[in-house]
Design a protein. Structure first.
Lengths: 294, 288
Protein backbone atom coordinates (compact mmCIF):
# COMPACT_ATOMS: atom_id res chain seq x y z
CA UNK A 1 0.00 0.00 0.00
CA UNK A 2 2.66 2.38 1.04
CA UNK A 3 4.73 1.83 -2.07
CA UNK A 4 1.74 2.44 -4.28
CA UNK A 5 0.90 5.76 -2.69
CA UNK A 6 4.54 6.76 -2.97
CA UNK A 7 4.62 6.03 -6.69
CA UNK A 8 1.37 7.74 -7.55
CA UNK A 9 1.30 11.48 -7.36
CA UNK A 10 -1.76 11.91 -5.24
CA UNK A 11 -3.24 15.38 -5.62
CA UNK A 12 -3.21 17.24 -2.33
CA UNK A 13 -6.78 18.40 -2.65
CA UNK A 14 -8.36 14.98 -2.95
CA UNK A 15 -7.99 13.71 0.64
CA UNK A 16 -8.87 17.11 1.98
CA UNK A 17 -12.11 17.37 0.03
CA UNK A 18 -12.96 13.87 1.09
CA UNK A 19 -12.48 14.88 4.68
CA UNK A 20 -14.78 17.84 4.17
CA UNK A 21 -17.52 15.62 2.79
CA UNK A 22 -17.14 13.21 5.71
CA UNK A 23 -17.35 16.21 7.98
CA UNK A 24 -20.55 17.46 6.33
CA UNK A 25 -22.11 14.00 6.50
CA UNK A 26 -21.24 13.84 10.17
CA UNK A 27 -22.68 17.30 10.78
CA UNK A 28 -25.86 16.33 8.99
CA UNK A 29 -26.18 13.15 11.04
CA UNK A 30 -25.58 15.08 14.25
CA UNK A 31 -28.25 17.57 13.29
CA UNK A 32 -30.72 14.76 12.60
CA UNK A 33 -30.04 13.19 15.99
CA UNK A 34 -30.52 16.55 17.72
CA UNK A 35 -33.79 17.21 15.86
CA UNK A 36 -35.17 13.77 16.68
CA UNK A 37 -34.17 13.87 20.33
CA UNK A 38 -35.75 17.32 20.71
CA UNK A 39 -38.94 15.95 19.16
CA UNK A 40 -39.01 13.09 21.66
CA UNK A 41 -38.23 15.54 24.46
CA UNK A 42 -41.20 17.75 23.57
CA UNK A 43 -43.50 14.72 23.57
CA UNK A 44 -42.14 13.57 26.94
CA UNK A 45 -42.52 17.05 28.43
CA UNK A 46 -46.11 17.46 27.25
CA UNK A 47 -47.34 13.95 28.08
CA UNK A 48 -45.21 13.70 31.25
CA UNK A 49 -46.23 17.18 32.41
CA UNK A 50 -49.87 16.41 31.77
CA UNK A 51 -49.60 13.12 33.66
CA UNK A 52 -47.72 14.82 36.49
CA UNK A 53 -50.07 17.77 36.87
CA UNK A 54 -53.12 15.52 36.92
CA UNK A 55 -51.74 13.00 39.47
CA UNK A 56 -49.43 14.85 41.91
CA UNK A 57 -50.89 16.90 44.74
CA UNK A 58 -54.14 16.69 46.59
CA UNK A 59 -56.25 17.81 44.92
CA UNK A 60 -54.07 17.70 41.74
CA UNK A 61 -53.38 21.00 39.95
CA UNK A 62 -55.46 19.85 36.96
CA UNK A 63 -58.47 17.69 37.63
CA UNK A 64 -58.18 14.49 35.57
CA UNK A 65 -61.95 14.10 35.70
CA UNK A 66 -62.40 17.14 33.45
CA UNK A 67 -59.19 17.17 31.46
CA UNK A 68 -58.26 13.50 31.18
CA UNK A 69 -54.98 11.84 31.95
CA UNK A 70 -52.50 10.18 29.55
CA UNK A 71 -52.47 6.92 31.49
CA UNK A 72 -56.26 6.93 31.55
CA UNK A 73 -56.42 7.62 27.82
CA UNK A 74 -54.05 4.72 27.18
CA UNK A 75 -56.13 2.44 29.40
CA UNK A 76 -59.27 3.49 27.54
CA UNK A 77 -57.67 2.61 24.20
CA UNK A 78 -56.49 -0.75 25.58
CA UNK A 79 -59.99 -1.45 26.88
CA UNK A 80 -61.54 -0.60 23.52
CA UNK A 81 -59.05 -2.75 21.66
CA UNK A 82 -59.36 -5.75 23.96
CA UNK A 83 -62.97 -5.60 25.09
CA UNK A 84 -64.60 -3.53 22.39
CA UNK A 85 -66.68 -0.38 22.78
CA UNK A 86 -70.24 0.02 24.01
CA UNK A 87 -71.42 -0.14 20.38
CA UNK A 88 -69.33 -3.16 19.40
CA UNK A 89 -65.74 -3.93 18.44
CA UNK A 90 -63.41 -0.94 17.94
CA UNK A 91 -62.38 -1.87 14.41
CA UNK A 92 -66.03 -1.84 13.41
CA UNK A 93 -66.44 1.74 14.64
CA UNK A 94 -63.34 2.79 12.75
CA UNK A 95 -64.58 0.97 9.64
CA UNK A 96 -67.97 2.67 9.78
CA UNK A 97 -66.52 6.17 10.11
CA UNK A 98 -63.88 5.48 7.51
CA UNK A 99 -66.45 4.11 5.09
CA UNK A 100 -68.58 7.25 5.41
CA UNK A 101 -65.56 9.49 5.06
CA UNK A 102 -64.13 7.65 2.04
CA UNK A 103 -67.46 7.48 0.24
CA UNK A 104 -68.07 11.18 0.87
CA UNK A 105 -64.51 11.98 -0.15
CA UNK A 106 -64.71 10.08 -3.44
CA UNK A 107 -68.10 11.53 -4.41
CA UNK A 108 -67.01 15.03 -3.38
CA UNK A 109 -63.75 14.80 -5.32
CA UNK A 110 -65.42 13.49 -8.48
CA UNK A 111 -68.11 16.18 -8.38
CA UNK A 112 -65.58 18.86 -7.50
CA UNK A 113 -63.30 17.94 -10.39
CA UNK A 114 -66.16 17.72 -12.89
CA UNK A 115 -67.66 21.06 -11.88
CA UNK A 116 -64.24 22.67 -11.60
CA UNK A 117 -63.19 21.58 -15.08
CA UNK A 118 -66.53 22.44 -16.71
CA UNK A 119 -66.73 25.91 -15.15
CA UNK A 120 -63.01 26.49 -15.59
CA UNK A 121 -63.34 25.86 -19.30
CA UNK A 122 -66.60 27.74 -19.76
CA UNK A 123 -66.11 31.34 -18.77
CA UNK A 124 -69.71 32.26 -19.57
CA UNK A 125 -71.14 29.62 -17.28
CA UNK A 126 -68.62 30.56 -14.59
CA UNK A 127 -69.64 34.22 -14.81
CA UNK A 128 -73.32 33.32 -14.54
CA UNK A 129 -72.88 30.98 -11.59
CA UNK A 130 -70.14 32.76 -9.67
CA UNK A 131 -72.37 34.72 -7.21
CA UNK A 132 -74.19 31.54 -6.24
CA UNK A 133 -70.98 29.60 -5.79
CA UNK A 134 -69.57 32.37 -3.63
CA UNK A 135 -72.74 32.48 -1.58
CA UNK A 136 -72.80 28.70 -1.13
CA UNK A 137 -69.16 28.74 -0.16
CA UNK A 138 -69.69 31.41 2.48
CA UNK A 139 -72.22 29.28 4.36
CA UNK A 140 -70.55 27.34 7.17
CA UNK A 141 -71.39 23.95 5.75
CA UNK A 142 -71.44 22.05 9.03
CA UNK A 143 -74.73 23.82 9.67
CA UNK A 144 -76.22 21.73 6.90
CA UNK A 145 -75.84 18.62 9.06
CA UNK A 146 -79.26 18.85 10.78
CA UNK A 147 -80.83 19.30 7.36
CA UNK A 148 -79.23 16.12 6.08
CA UNK A 149 -80.37 14.25 9.18
CA UNK A 150 -83.95 15.41 8.54
CA UNK A 151 -83.81 14.61 4.86
CA UNK A 152 -81.67 11.50 4.78
CA UNK A 153 -82.23 10.00 8.24
CA UNK A 154 -79.82 8.75 10.85
CA UNK A 155 -78.17 6.19 8.54
CA UNK A 156 -74.86 6.58 6.78
CA UNK A 157 -76.37 8.67 3.96
CA UNK A 158 -76.57 11.85 6.03
CA UNK A 159 -72.92 11.51 7.08
CA UNK A 160 -71.79 10.87 3.52
CA UNK A 161 -73.79 13.87 2.32
CA UNK A 162 -72.12 16.13 4.86
CA UNK A 163 -68.68 14.83 3.90
CA UNK A 164 -69.50 15.37 0.19
CA UNK A 165 -70.49 18.98 0.78
CA UNK A 166 -67.37 19.69 2.81
CA UNK A 167 -65.05 18.05 0.28
CA UNK A 168 -66.74 19.38 -2.84
CA UNK A 169 -65.94 23.07 -2.39
CA UNK A 170 -62.28 22.54 -1.54
CA UNK A 171 -61.73 20.35 -4.59
CA UNK A 172 -63.95 22.46 -6.82
CA UNK A 173 -62.08 25.70 -6.17
CA UNK A 174 -58.71 24.04 -6.67
CA UNK A 175 -59.78 22.30 -9.89
CA UNK A 176 -61.32 25.54 -11.17
CA UNK A 177 -58.17 27.51 -10.44
CA UNK A 178 -56.00 24.73 -11.86
CA UNK A 179 -57.92 24.84 -15.14
CA UNK A 180 -57.65 28.62 -15.29
CA UNK A 181 -53.90 28.45 -14.74
CA UNK A 182 -53.19 26.07 -17.62
CA UNK A 183 -50.30 27.42 -19.66
CA UNK A 184 -51.72 29.11 -22.77
CA UNK A 185 -48.73 27.91 -24.77
CA UNK A 186 -49.55 24.30 -23.95
CA UNK A 187 -53.16 24.83 -25.05
CA UNK A 188 -52.10 26.49 -28.29
CA UNK A 189 -49.54 23.77 -28.94
CA UNK A 190 -52.07 20.99 -28.37
CA UNK A 191 -54.55 22.68 -30.69
CA UNK A 192 -51.92 23.05 -33.42
CA UNK A 193 -50.94 19.41 -32.97
CA UNK A 194 -54.54 18.50 -33.71
CA UNK A 195 -56.24 17.99 -30.33
CA UNK A 196 -60.03 17.87 -30.34
CA UNK A 197 -61.90 19.73 -27.59
CA UNK A 198 -62.37 16.49 -25.65
CA UNK A 199 -58.71 15.51 -25.85
CA UNK A 200 -57.75 19.06 -24.93
CA UNK A 201 -59.62 18.45 -21.67
CA UNK A 202 -58.40 14.94 -20.96
CA UNK A 203 -54.82 15.26 -22.16
CA UNK A 204 -53.87 18.84 -21.43
CA UNK A 205 -56.22 20.59 -19.02
CA UNK A 206 -56.80 17.80 -16.49
CA UNK A 207 -53.15 16.65 -16.28
CA UNK A 208 -52.12 20.26 -15.94
CA UNK A 209 -54.70 20.96 -13.22
CA UNK A 210 -53.82 17.70 -11.48
CA UNK A 211 -51.13 19.34 -9.37
CA UNK A 212 -53.75 21.72 -8.00
CA UNK A 213 -56.37 19.02 -7.54
CA UNK A 214 -53.98 16.68 -5.75
CA UNK A 215 -52.87 19.45 -3.42
CA UNK A 216 -56.51 19.87 -2.37
CA UNK A 217 -56.91 16.18 -1.55
CA UNK A 218 -54.78 16.48 1.58
CA UNK A 219 -57.05 19.01 3.22
CA UNK A 220 -60.22 17.60 1.77
CA UNK A 221 -59.77 14.15 3.30
CA UNK A 222 -59.61 15.64 6.76
CA UNK A 223 -62.77 17.56 5.86
CA UNK A 224 -64.39 14.26 4.89
CA UNK A 225 -63.50 12.86 8.33
CA UNK A 226 -64.94 15.98 9.97
CA UNK A 227 -68.14 15.48 7.97
CA UNK A 228 -68.47 11.86 9.02
CA UNK A 229 -67.71 12.55 12.70
CA UNK A 230 -69.98 15.60 12.98
CA UNK A 231 -72.72 13.62 11.26
CA UNK A 232 -72.30 10.92 13.86
CA UNK A 233 -72.49 13.46 16.68
CA UNK A 234 -75.99 14.32 15.60
CA UNK A 235 -77.24 10.80 15.68
CA UNK A 236 -75.82 7.43 14.73
CA UNK A 237 -75.76 3.83 15.86
CA UNK A 238 -72.06 3.28 15.22
CA UNK A 239 -68.86 5.17 14.51
CA UNK A 240 -66.05 7.11 16.16
CA UNK A 241 -68.20 10.23 16.31
CA UNK A 242 -70.74 8.35 18.36
CA UNK A 243 -67.97 7.10 20.66
CA UNK A 244 -66.88 10.69 21.26
CA UNK A 245 -70.49 11.73 21.77
CA UNK A 246 -71.07 8.93 24.32
CA UNK A 247 -67.84 9.61 26.15
CA UNK A 248 -68.75 13.29 26.41
CA UNK A 249 -72.25 12.53 27.63
CA UNK A 250 -70.80 10.25 30.33
CA UNK A 251 -68.20 12.84 31.46
CA UNK A 252 -65.50 10.46 30.25
CA UNK A 253 -62.76 12.92 29.22
CA UNK A 254 -60.30 10.08 28.65
CA UNK A 255 -62.75 8.54 26.21
CA UNK A 256 -62.96 11.75 24.17
CA UNK A 257 -59.17 12.00 24.00
CA UNK A 258 -58.80 8.31 23.17
CA UNK A 259 -61.23 8.62 20.25
CA UNK A 260 -59.32 11.70 19.13
CA UNK A 261 -56.05 9.74 19.14
CA UNK A 262 -57.67 7.03 17.02
CA UNK A 263 -59.03 9.61 14.57
CA UNK A 264 -55.63 11.24 14.32
CA UNK A 265 -54.02 7.86 13.58
CA UNK A 266 -56.59 7.20 10.84
CA UNK A 267 -56.03 10.64 9.34
CA UNK A 268 -52.25 10.20 9.37
CA UNK A 269 -52.45 6.83 7.62
CA UNK A 270 -54.71 8.21 4.88
CA UNK A 271 -52.43 11.23 4.52
CA UNK A 272 -49.53 8.86 3.81
CA UNK A 273 -51.66 7.02 1.25
CA UNK A 274 -52.67 10.26 -0.49
CA UNK A 275 -49.05 11.41 -0.63
CA UNK A 276 -48.11 8.06 -2.19
CA UNK A 277 -50.89 8.50 -4.77
CA UNK A 278 -49.75 12.03 -5.48
CA UNK A 279 -46.16 10.96 -6.04
CA UNK A 280 -47.35 8.25 -8.39
CA UNK A 281 -49.59 10.52 -10.44
CA UNK A 282 -47.22 13.45 -10.80
CA UNK A 283 -43.98 11.57 -11.35
CA UNK A 284 -43.23 13.99 -14.17
CA UNK A 285 -42.88 16.89 -11.76
CA UNK A 286 -39.51 17.97 -10.41
CA UNK A 287 -39.12 16.86 -6.80
CA UNK A 288 -38.84 20.30 -5.27
CA UNK A 289 -42.50 20.58 -4.30
CA UNK A 290 -42.92 17.25 -2.55
CA UNK A 291 -39.66 17.74 -0.69
CA UNK A 292 -40.85 20.85 1.09
CA UNK A 293 -42.65 19.18 3.94
CA UNK A 294 -42.36 19.60 7.66
CA UNK B 1 -53.33 39.88 -58.81
CA UNK B 2 -49.61 39.57 -58.50
CA UNK B 3 -49.17 43.22 -59.22
CA UNK B 4 -51.13 44.17 -56.18
CA UNK B 5 -48.79 42.16 -54.04
CA UNK B 6 -46.21 44.29 -52.33
CA UNK B 7 -43.43 41.76 -52.66
CA UNK B 8 -41.20 44.58 -53.73
CA UNK B 9 -37.72 43.39 -53.21
CA UNK B 10 -35.71 46.21 -51.80
CA UNK B 11 -32.31 44.67 -52.34
CA UNK B 12 -32.76 43.49 -55.92
CA UNK B 13 -35.78 45.42 -57.05
CA UNK B 14 -37.38 42.31 -58.51
CA UNK B 15 -40.76 40.81 -57.94
CA UNK B 16 -40.45 37.46 -56.21
CA UNK B 17 -43.83 36.04 -57.13
CA UNK B 18 -43.75 32.39 -58.23
CA UNK B 19 -44.91 31.65 -61.74
CA UNK B 20 -47.98 29.67 -60.71
CA UNK B 21 -49.28 32.67 -58.83
CA UNK B 22 -50.04 30.50 -55.81
CA UNK B 23 -48.50 31.27 -52.48
CA UNK B 24 -48.24 28.99 -49.49
CA UNK B 25 -49.08 31.90 -47.23
CA UNK B 26 -50.54 35.22 -48.19
CA UNK B 27 -51.52 38.18 -45.99
CA UNK B 28 -53.43 41.02 -47.67
CA UNK B 29 -53.93 44.31 -45.82
CA UNK B 30 -54.18 42.46 -42.54
CA UNK B 31 -54.89 44.43 -39.39
CA UNK B 32 -55.25 43.00 -35.91
CA UNK B 33 -56.60 44.95 -32.96
CA UNK B 34 -56.89 43.73 -29.42
CA UNK B 35 -59.06 45.01 -26.64
CA UNK B 36 -56.83 45.97 -23.73
CA UNK B 37 -57.99 45.24 -20.16
CA UNK B 38 -58.61 49.00 -19.83
CA UNK B 39 -61.17 48.67 -22.65
CA UNK B 40 -59.15 50.47 -25.33
CA UNK B 41 -58.42 49.09 -28.76
CA UNK B 42 -54.75 48.31 -29.30
CA UNK B 43 -53.55 47.84 -32.86
CA UNK B 44 -50.85 45.19 -32.94
CA UNK B 45 -50.35 45.04 -36.69
CA UNK B 46 -51.65 47.32 -39.43
CA UNK B 47 -52.13 46.69 -43.13
CA UNK B 48 -49.56 43.95 -43.37
CA UNK B 49 -48.94 42.55 -46.82
CA UNK B 50 -46.76 39.52 -47.09
CA UNK B 51 -46.50 36.38 -49.18
CA UNK B 52 -44.47 33.22 -48.82
CA UNK B 53 -43.90 30.91 -51.76
CA UNK B 54 -44.03 27.12 -51.30
CA UNK B 55 -40.79 25.80 -49.81
CA UNK B 56 -39.53 29.28 -49.01
CA UNK B 57 -37.89 30.31 -45.75
CA UNK B 58 -38.93 33.78 -44.66
CA UNK B 59 -37.60 35.43 -41.53
CA UNK B 60 -39.56 38.25 -39.92
CA UNK B 61 -37.54 40.71 -37.87
CA UNK B 62 -38.66 43.75 -35.97
CA UNK B 63 -38.25 45.51 -32.66
CA UNK B 64 -39.41 43.81 -29.48
CA UNK B 65 -43.16 43.75 -28.98
CA UNK B 66 -44.00 45.02 -32.46
CA UNK B 67 -46.52 42.31 -33.29
CA UNK B 68 -44.35 39.65 -34.88
CA UNK B 69 -45.97 36.85 -32.90
CA UNK B 70 -49.43 38.17 -33.74
CA UNK B 71 -48.67 37.61 -37.42
CA UNK B 72 -47.95 33.93 -36.73
CA UNK B 73 -51.11 33.64 -34.62
CA UNK B 74 -53.13 34.86 -37.60
CA UNK B 75 -51.53 32.44 -40.05
CA UNK B 76 -51.98 29.50 -37.68
CA UNK B 77 -55.67 30.18 -37.18
CA UNK B 78 -55.28 30.61 -33.43
CA UNK B 79 -56.28 34.26 -33.94
CA UNK B 80 -58.64 35.95 -36.39
CA UNK B 81 -57.70 39.15 -38.24
CA UNK B 82 -59.72 42.31 -37.48
CA UNK B 83 -59.46 43.32 -41.13
CA UNK B 84 -57.87 41.96 -44.30
CA UNK B 85 -57.40 38.44 -45.55
CA UNK B 86 -55.11 35.63 -44.52
CA UNK B 87 -54.80 32.76 -46.96
CA UNK B 88 -52.97 29.48 -46.59
CA UNK B 89 -52.48 27.32 -49.68
CA UNK B 90 -54.85 29.60 -51.56
CA UNK B 91 -57.73 29.23 -49.11
CA UNK B 92 -58.79 31.65 -46.40
CA UNK B 93 -57.76 30.52 -42.92
CA UNK B 94 -60.69 29.11 -40.97
CA UNK B 95 -59.64 27.52 -37.75
CA UNK B 96 -56.51 25.51 -37.27
CA UNK B 97 -55.12 23.97 -40.42
CA UNK B 98 -53.62 20.48 -39.97
CA UNK B 99 -50.93 21.31 -42.52
CA UNK B 100 -49.43 23.87 -40.15
CA UNK B 101 -46.72 23.28 -37.58
CA UNK B 102 -45.90 25.83 -34.89
CA UNK B 103 -42.82 26.00 -32.69
CA UNK B 104 -43.38 28.30 -29.74
CA UNK B 105 -41.03 30.70 -28.05
CA UNK B 106 -41.65 29.34 -24.56
CA UNK B 107 -41.43 25.68 -23.68
CA UNK B 108 -44.61 24.15 -24.98
CA UNK B 109 -43.79 20.47 -24.60
CA UNK B 110 -46.11 18.70 -22.18
CA UNK B 111 -44.31 18.36 -18.84
CA UNK B 112 -46.34 15.28 -17.81
CA UNK B 113 -45.42 13.30 -20.92
CA UNK B 114 -42.02 11.73 -21.46
CA UNK B 115 -40.04 12.46 -24.60
CA UNK B 116 -41.52 9.56 -26.55
CA UNK B 117 -45.11 10.45 -25.76
CA UNK B 118 -44.48 14.14 -26.34
CA UNK B 119 -43.20 13.46 -29.84
CA UNK B 120 -46.04 10.99 -30.55
CA UNK B 121 -48.68 13.51 -29.43
CA UNK B 122 -49.45 14.95 -32.87
CA UNK B 123 -50.00 11.61 -34.67
CA UNK B 124 -52.11 10.35 -31.75
CA UNK B 125 -54.25 13.50 -31.73
CA UNK B 126 -54.67 13.04 -35.47
CA UNK B 127 -55.98 9.53 -34.98
CA UNK B 128 -53.06 7.35 -35.98
CA UNK B 129 -52.86 3.91 -34.33
CA UNK B 130 -50.69 3.96 -31.23
CA UNK B 131 -48.11 1.45 -32.47
CA UNK B 132 -47.53 3.40 -35.66
CA UNK B 133 -47.38 6.74 -33.84
CA UNK B 134 -44.78 5.43 -31.39
CA UNK B 135 -42.72 3.94 -34.18
CA UNK B 136 -42.64 7.24 -36.02
CA UNK B 137 -41.87 9.03 -32.76
CA UNK B 138 -38.84 6.77 -32.25
CA UNK B 139 -37.71 7.65 -35.75
CA UNK B 140 -38.02 11.40 -35.15
CA UNK B 141 -36.34 11.18 -31.76
CA UNK B 142 -33.39 9.61 -33.53
CA UNK B 143 -33.42 12.34 -36.17
CA UNK B 144 -33.12 15.10 -33.58
CA UNK B 145 -30.42 13.13 -31.75
CA UNK B 146 -32.31 12.23 -28.60
CA UNK B 147 -32.12 8.43 -28.80
CA UNK B 148 -31.77 7.05 -25.28
CA UNK B 149 -33.81 9.86 -23.74
CA UNK B 150 -37.25 8.48 -24.65
CA UNK B 151 -38.24 7.88 -21.03
CA UNK B 152 -37.13 11.25 -19.68
CA UNK B 153 -39.56 13.94 -18.64
CA UNK B 154 -39.00 17.50 -19.91
CA UNK B 155 -37.77 18.79 -16.53
CA UNK B 156 -34.96 16.26 -16.71
CA UNK B 157 -33.69 17.70 -20.00
CA UNK B 158 -31.64 20.78 -20.81
CA UNK B 159 -33.19 23.74 -22.63
CA UNK B 160 -31.62 22.69 -25.92
CA UNK B 161 -32.88 19.14 -25.58
CA UNK B 162 -36.40 20.38 -24.83
CA UNK B 163 -36.22 22.44 -28.02
CA UNK B 164 -35.23 19.29 -29.92
CA UNK B 165 -38.28 17.57 -28.49
CA UNK B 166 -40.40 20.52 -29.63
CA UNK B 167 -38.90 20.32 -33.13
CA UNK B 168 -39.52 16.56 -33.37
CA UNK B 169 -43.05 17.06 -32.02
CA UNK B 170 -43.74 19.57 -34.80
CA UNK B 171 -41.89 17.89 -37.66
CA UNK B 172 -43.48 14.46 -37.06
CA UNK B 173 -46.73 15.92 -38.42
CA UNK B 174 -44.88 16.75 -41.63
CA UNK B 175 -46.23 20.29 -41.84
CA UNK B 176 -46.25 22.03 -45.19
CA UNK B 177 -46.16 25.32 -43.36
CA UNK B 178 -43.88 25.84 -40.43
CA UNK B 179 -44.33 28.80 -38.11
CA UNK B 180 -41.57 29.51 -35.63
CA UNK B 181 -41.83 32.17 -32.95
CA UNK B 182 -38.33 33.04 -31.68
CA UNK B 183 -37.85 29.33 -31.04
CA UNK B 184 -34.20 29.55 -30.00
CA UNK B 185 -34.17 32.86 -28.14
CA UNK B 186 -33.93 31.19 -24.72
CA UNK B 187 -30.88 29.10 -25.65
CA UNK B 188 -27.23 29.93 -25.12
CA UNK B 189 -25.29 30.98 -28.21
CA UNK B 190 -23.48 27.67 -28.84
CA UNK B 191 -26.60 25.55 -28.48
CA UNK B 192 -28.44 28.01 -30.62
CA UNK B 193 -26.04 27.68 -33.53
CA UNK B 194 -26.32 23.90 -33.34
CA UNK B 195 -30.10 24.09 -33.31
CA UNK B 196 -30.15 26.46 -36.27
CA UNK B 197 -28.07 24.01 -38.31
CA UNK B 198 -30.35 21.22 -37.17
CA UNK B 199 -33.37 23.22 -38.29
CA UNK B 200 -31.90 23.86 -41.75
CA UNK B 201 -31.21 20.13 -42.12
CA UNK B 202 -34.71 19.14 -41.11
CA UNK B 203 -36.22 21.83 -43.29
CA UNK B 204 -34.27 20.77 -46.36
CA UNK B 205 -35.69 17.24 -46.05
CA UNK B 206 -39.23 18.50 -45.41
CA UNK B 207 -39.42 21.34 -47.95
CA UNK B 208 -41.95 23.26 -45.92
CA UNK B 209 -42.63 26.97 -46.20
CA UNK B 210 -41.26 28.61 -43.09
CA UNK B 211 -42.10 31.86 -41.35
CA UNK B 212 -39.45 32.38 -38.71
CA UNK B 213 -39.98 35.25 -36.30
CA UNK B 214 -36.91 36.58 -34.52
CA UNK B 215 -35.50 39.79 -33.12
CA UNK B 216 -32.02 38.64 -34.04
CA UNK B 217 -31.01 39.90 -37.47
CA UNK B 218 -27.98 37.61 -37.64
CA UNK B 219 -30.17 34.58 -37.11
CA UNK B 220 -32.63 35.84 -39.71
CA UNK B 221 -29.99 36.31 -42.40
CA UNK B 222 -28.24 33.00 -41.68
CA UNK B 223 -31.41 30.99 -42.06
CA UNK B 224 -33.75 32.69 -44.49
CA UNK B 225 -34.34 33.19 -48.21
CA UNK B 226 -36.08 36.47 -47.50
CA UNK B 227 -35.93 38.78 -44.52
CA UNK B 228 -39.01 40.86 -43.84
CA UNK B 229 -38.46 43.93 -41.65
CA UNK B 230 -41.43 45.15 -39.63
CA UNK B 231 -41.85 48.64 -38.23
CA UNK B 232 -42.26 49.46 -34.56
CA UNK B 233 -45.82 48.67 -33.46
CA UNK B 234 -48.38 48.81 -34.90
CA UNK B 235 -46.31 46.68 -37.22
CA UNK B 236 -46.38 47.02 -40.93
CA UNK B 237 -43.92 45.78 -43.53
CA UNK B 238 -41.00 48.15 -43.95
CA UNK B 239 -39.01 46.16 -46.46
CA UNK B 240 -38.31 42.69 -47.77
CA UNK B 241 -34.77 41.62 -48.60
CA UNK B 242 -33.61 38.64 -50.59
CA UNK B 243 -30.79 36.70 -48.98
CA UNK B 244 -28.79 35.34 -51.89
CA UNK B 245 -26.36 33.33 -49.81
CA UNK B 246 -25.80 29.84 -51.23
CA UNK B 247 -27.25 26.74 -49.59
CA UNK B 248 -26.53 24.42 -47.86
CA UNK B 249 -25.41 26.89 -45.22
CA UNK B 250 -23.37 26.38 -42.12
CA UNK B 251 -24.79 28.81 -39.60
CA UNK B 252 -21.64 29.02 -37.47
CA UNK B 253 -19.49 30.05 -40.45
CA UNK B 254 -21.76 31.97 -42.76
CA UNK B 255 -21.69 35.10 -40.64
CA UNK B 256 -18.07 35.70 -41.62
CA UNK B 257 -18.78 35.82 -45.36
CA UNK B 258 -18.43 39.29 -46.91
CA UNK B 259 -21.85 39.06 -48.55
CA UNK B 260 -23.40 38.28 -45.15
CA UNK B 261 -21.83 41.37 -43.62
CA UNK B 262 -22.99 43.46 -46.54
CA UNK B 263 -26.58 42.24 -46.20
CA UNK B 264 -26.45 42.72 -42.47
CA UNK B 265 -25.40 46.35 -42.79
CA UNK B 266 -28.03 47.02 -45.41
CA UNK B 267 -30.91 45.55 -43.42
CA UNK B 268 -29.70 46.95 -40.11
CA UNK B 269 -29.96 50.48 -41.57
CA UNK B 270 -33.66 49.80 -41.98
CA UNK B 271 -34.18 48.00 -38.71
CA UNK B 272 -32.21 50.39 -36.51
CA UNK B 273 -34.65 53.28 -36.90
CA UNK B 274 -37.51 51.05 -35.82
CA UNK B 275 -35.58 49.71 -32.86
CA UNK B 276 -34.83 53.27 -31.76
CA UNK B 277 -38.50 54.28 -32.07
CA UNK B 278 -39.60 51.25 -30.10
CA UNK B 279 -36.97 51.89 -27.43
CA UNK B 280 -37.95 55.57 -27.07
CA UNK B 281 -41.60 54.60 -26.67
CA UNK B 282 -40.79 52.04 -24.04
CA UNK B 283 -38.76 54.65 -22.19
CA UNK B 284 -41.64 57.12 -22.33
CA UNK B 285 -44.04 54.53 -20.96
CA UNK B 286 -41.57 53.87 -18.21
CA UNK B 287 -41.33 57.59 -17.37
CA UNK B 288 -45.05 58.08 -17.01
Amino acid sequence: MNTVSNQVNVPVIAPESEEVSVETIRARRRRRIVVNSLRVLILVVIIGGWQLLTSVGNPPLIDPFFWGQPSGIWQQIVTWVTQGTAQGPLWQQIAVTLEEAILGFVIGVVLGVIFGVVLGRNRFLADVLSPYIKAANSIPRVTLAPLFVIGLGLGFQSKVALAVVLVFFVVFFNAFQGVREVDRNLLANAQILGASQRRLSTEVIIPSALTWILASLHTSFSFALVGAVVGEFLGATQGIGLMIQNAGANFNANGVFAAMVILAAVALITEVLITALENRLVRWRPNTVSEVTI
Amino acid sequence: MNNSLPMKDVSTGTQNAPDQGMYAIELRDVTKRFLTPAGKAYTAIRDINMAVAPGEFVAVVGPTGCGKSTTLGLISGLERPSAGEVEVMGEPVQGIDPRIGYVFQADAVFPWKNVLNNVATGPLFRGQPKAQALERAHDWIARVGLTGFEDRYPHQLSGGMRKRVALAQTFINEPQILLMDEPFSALDVQTRTLMEDELLNLWSSLKASVVFVTHDLEEAISLADHVCVLTAGPATVKGIYTIDLPRPRKVGEIRFEPRFVQLYQQIWEDLRDEVVISYERAKQRGDQ
